[in-house]
Design a protein around this ligand. Structure first.
Ligand code: NAP
Length: 315
């Protein structure tokens, strides 16, 4: 591992998310004042997965804080595909609803792909409908997925040059890795996508000016994976429960993490080894406080965009 003399600058996702949310709330004010439109987001949750409940509550609370109207539908874990499709059809019909999000993961008896395809693409604020995915691939106006667009905003607003850079994305999921690779390509990065079958991962990742980890594997990215001075974006949100591992990951700064594990049973960590990355990277997103807050901010922005396009015909 090649160390730099300075520690990596931490990219403050929380501050950038606040900036975007301020812009969204101004836009909501304008839509109300000039057109009498009150954008409305509806979140649908099925079952009682505690993480999903926290995510949905966060989205609903943020909507309220920005002046958006929001609604939450919490359905029983035993809900069938047909029942969920019936609710989606109702929400599609409602003129006052601008954004529909169905919180994933869904219980196994539900056909998630059918549900996501049933959402009106004009209200698909998660950007998961095949029509929006296809439009994104073609570079046409579309509702884009929130975590990838949040990462692009984070890079752009932090002054990281994307055009001409070599960006390496580890992970190829439909919600993060794949769309992010596409958006980076559209901004003229040279993009490498890595995954679990990639041979010699460090050889590839060490070539990247921008390295993005979206794997859900704690500390997969070590110092040896990072080119000195690179920008490292850590998308992972993982629960760490082991005190010894927290000590190893955070070194002298582990005390508050260990305190959190003792207090609530876990601390949130990413896919990047924080203590090692700090010694090699030029810029680094922390976990928490990096990519996470941007996802919700971009969902709010998508809801306002959906309202403008559907109700006013704006592109
Ligand atoms: P996912 O669907 O499980 O995909 C993980 C990807 O990582 C897969 O493409 C997998 O490769 C790859 N991978 C797994 N192990 C690997 C290894 N050892 N080497 C190289 N690649 C490997 O996960 P996801 O939904 O994209 O989420 C990834 C992480 O981001 C999770 O921690 C999740 O909680 C977090 N996340 C955060 C936000 C946010 O707002 N910050 C939003 C969404 C997700 P294969 O395709 O070959 O299996």
């Amino acid at each position: 591992m090649e160390r730099r003399s300075e520690r990596a600058v931490l990219l403050d996702g929380t501050r950038i998310a606040e900036e975007i949310k301020r812009e969204v709330s101004e836009e909501v004010e304008r839509l109300k004042a000039e057109h009498g439109i009150e954008p409305c987001l509806v979140a649908v949750r099925v079952g009682d997965d505690p993480a999903s409940a926290v995510y949905v509550r966060n989205k609903v609370n943020t909507s309220a804080a920005l002046g958006l109207r929001s609604e939450q539908h919490a359905l029983a874990a035993s809900t069938s595909t047909a029942e969920l499709l019936a609710l989606v059809a109702q929400l599609n019909q409602r003129e006052d609803v601008d954004g529909i999000l169905v919180q994933l993961p869904l219980p196994s008896q539900i056909n998630a792909a059918r549900v996501l395809e049933a959402i009106d693409p004009a209200k698909d604020v998660d950007g998961f409908h095949p029509l929006n995915v296809g439009r994104m691939m073609l570079g046409q106006p579309a509702l884009l997925p929130c975590t990838p667009t949040g990462i692009i905003e984070l890079l752009v607003r932090s002054g990281v040059e994307i055009s001409g850079a070599h960006a390496c994305v580890i992970g190829r999921s439909n919600i993060v890795g794949r769309p992010l690779a596409q958006l980076l390509l559209q901004r003229d990065a040279t993009v490498t996508v890595c995954h679990s079958r990639t041979r010699d991962l460090p050889l590839l990742t060490r070539q990247a000016d921008i390295l993005i980890a979206a794997t859900g594997r704690i500390a997969l990215v070590r110092g040896e994976h990072i080119k000195p001075g690179a920008t490292v974006i850590d998308v992972g949100i993982n629960r760490l429960t082991d005190e010894a591992q927290a000590r190893e990951l955070f070194g002298p700064r582990a005390d508050e993490r260990i305190e959190a594990i003792r207090r609530r049973g876990y601390t949130l960590v990413g896919d990047v080894h924080p203590a090692e990355a700090e010694l090699v990277a030029g810029r680094l997103t922390p976990v928490p406080g990096g990519v996470g807050p941007l996802t919700v901010a971009m969902l709010m922005r998508n809801t306002v965009t959906a309202a403008r396009r559907r109700r006013l015909g704006d592109v």
